[in-house]
Design a protein around this ligand. Structure first.
Ligand code: SF4
Length: 162
């Protein structure tokens, strides 16, 4: 079996994720706050079909490091930005433990739309402070820009239908 090219030292270093525990704790605080606020999730999968529903998932570099270290192999091919490769054919997220802040906060619930921006701003501020403490680049960018920059680290399946 062809194991593929050896990972580069830089990608190995990225996979160590020294901020892993701190970010895990930050996500736990956010998840607890979301549980308290109680937005409704109907598991429509809208949040992961970006183009169809007119939104873009922005992710910071520290979150991307964590996400790639925690996530399983993607369940669908890398497309041009229309969908998330970690959404399965039933519309479910296959990378829930490592999913970034934007995925956690986004809810379609109309009653949550007034609350979400302030919650997002607060936790992005905490995330920036974490990045500063660890001397990490911020690089807040669309998910697909990160993926195109780091696609050699990720074992994408072939395009749909192949
Ligand atoms: S990481 Fe999960 S929740 Fe976030 S966009 Fe991808 S499939 Fe959806």
């Amino acid at each position: 079996m062809n194991a593929g090219p050896e990972p580069t030292p830089s990608s190995l270093a990225r996979r160590e994720v020294p901020h892993r525990e701190e970010l895990r704790e930050l996500y736990a605080v956010l998840d607890a706050e979301l549980a308290r606020l109680g937005p409704v999730c109907l598991a429509s999968g809208r949040c992961c079909r970006f183009r169809e529903h007119g939104h873009t998932l922005f992710v910071s570099e520290p979150e991307m490091d964590y996400f790639l270290a925690e996530a399983p192999a993607p369940s669908r091919a890398f497309d041009d930005g229309a969908t998330c490769p970690w959404q399965d054919e039933l519309g479910r997220c296959t990378a829930r433990d490592g999913r970034p802040l934007g995925c956690r906060i986004y809810h379609c619930d109309p009653a949550f739309q007034d609350v979400a921006p302030a919650l997002s701003e607060h936790f992005i501020g905490r995330l920036k402070a974490l990045a500063t403490r660890h001397g990490l680049p911020w690089n807040y960018a669309p998910l697909h820009r990160h993926l195109s920059q780091r696609c050699q680290e990720i074992d994408f399946p072939g395009p749909a239908g192949q």
